[in-house]
Ligand binder design. Structure first.
Ligand code: PLP
Length: 390
């Protein structure tokens, strides 16, 4: 027996274990409290509409007349239909056969690679949600990077000299909070179509986009259905991080080597996946009711309100940053030329924890991520500490 040796090529991620260790040690040594602006998880509870729908669905499962066994691997039609309507409202026409329900974006980001040959060249930002890189290293694929930096406001465009087959785009981006506009996404779509490449578009934070001119789906861009797969999630939209539900869209028009990728993904899912729980899918369906939409919006407003308080403080302090207006993440330049870890230690000594940018890739050195998922009072207190930190 031989192991998959590619696993040995994955860099150990010290980022979250190291930050947790440093916070623990600081609290033990000083007895002071630390406000965590490093949380990448939602903190508000599920919308009441989702809870009620799941309670009702649980009771259906306990009744012989309404009990459900295996569902469709692609997801129940009632949920796929609601997602289709959600896209119609964005001006995007989808067929429900293009929508696949999943247990979250992370699983599908990993699983989708099953349908691509190993010798494809992958192209992604060098500051990236680590799952994109690690899943490709596990599969032994060659990865090239495009460079996000302060000059391009962390919204890099393709280098025409690079030939790539699979492209990752995350917008709004974790960790930078930057959001591509339509013109910029069109450049990526045209590049992908010219090169016969496929874009994997991660829209996990689309619900945070409040600027109506910004695209919340890549399919708002002409030509995207011929080159892009969109992966989305209820995690950050509706607080489903612990409940688990997402969806992936594989357009029927996306064809490579005369094969519709939709067919391959359907085959993959029907072989290796047995669907998401009926109860959870009913909970996700409730997101699209009037009440659900209202509650989801209230929660996201709360997080964006936190981000707004942070943005105002950073502006007052003259600190360079992107994000936080249409995303729960703020990406700032460490003041005084500090490195990411120096700034982490500095802020921690004043009772605030964030995430060192260098942990997301080499271009993240000298930058720092703050998240808006915390409690309002803590955010206000943390910003006072920011201003007084000397
Ligand atoms: N994509 C991005 C960019 C994320 O930041 C996250 C989670 O933090 C995910 C995907 C994973 O989402 P899910 O909870 O649906 O697996």
């Amino acid at each position: 027996m031989k192991i998959n040796g590619n696993f040995l090529n994955i860099a150990e991620s010290y980022l979250f274990s190291m930050t947790a260790k440093k916070i623990r040690e600081f609290v033990a040594e000083t007895g002071k409290d630390v406000i965590r602006l490093s949380i990448g998880d939602v903190t508000l509870p599920l919308p009441a509409a989702c809870v009620e729908a799941m309670e009702k669905a649980s009771r259906e499962m306990g009744n012989k007349a309404t009990f459900k066994g295996y569902g469709e691997e692609q997801g129940y039609e009632f949920l796929r239909e609601k997602i289709r309507e959600y896209y119609t409202a964005k001006g995007v026409d989808l067929s429900i056969n293009e929508i696949f329900i999943s247990d979250g974006a992370k699983s599908d980001l990993g699983n989708i690679l099953d349908i691509f040959a190993k010798d494809n060249i992958v192209y992604m930002s060098d500051i990236v949600y680590p799952v994109y890189l690690d899943t490709n290293i596990m599969a032994g694929r060659e990865v090239k990077f495009f460079e996000g930096n302060a000059k391009n406001s962390f919204l890099p465009l393709p280098d025409e000299n690079v030939k790539a087959d699979i492209i990752y785009i995350c917008s709004p981006c974790n960790p930078t909070g930057a959001v591509y506009n339509k013109e910029q996404l069109k450049v990526w779509v045209d590049y992908a179509n010219r090169n016969g490449a496929v874009i994997l578009f991660d829209a996990a934070y689309e619900a945070f986009i409040r600027d109506k001119s910004l695209p919340t789906s890549i399919y708002e861009i002409e030509g995207a259905k011929e080159c892009a797969i969109e992966i989305c999630s209820f995690s950050k939209t509706a607080g489903f991080t612990g409940t688990r539900c997402g969806y992936t869209i594989v357009p029927l028009d996306l064809v490579r080597e005369n094969v519709a990728l939709n067919k391959l993904w359907l085959r993959r899912q029907t072989t290796k996946f047995n669907g998401v729980s009926y109860i959870i899918q009913r909970g996700a369906e409730a997101v699209f009711t009037d009440e659900g939409m209202k509650q989801v919006r209230q929660n996201i407003d709360y997080y964006l309100g936190n981000a707004d308080i942070m943005r105002k403080t950073l502006k007052e302090m003259g600190i360079w940053f992107v994000g936080g207006d249409n995303s729960p993440y703020i990406w700032l330049k460490c003041p005084g030329g500090m490195s990411s870890w120096e700034y982490f230690d500095f802020l921690l000594s004043h009772g605030v924890a964030g995430t060192p940018g260098v942990g997301f890739g080499k271009n993240g050195e000298g930058f720092f991520r703050l998240t808006a998922f915390g409690d309002r009072d803590n955010v206000i207190k943390a910003m006072e500490r920011f201003k007084n930190a000397k």
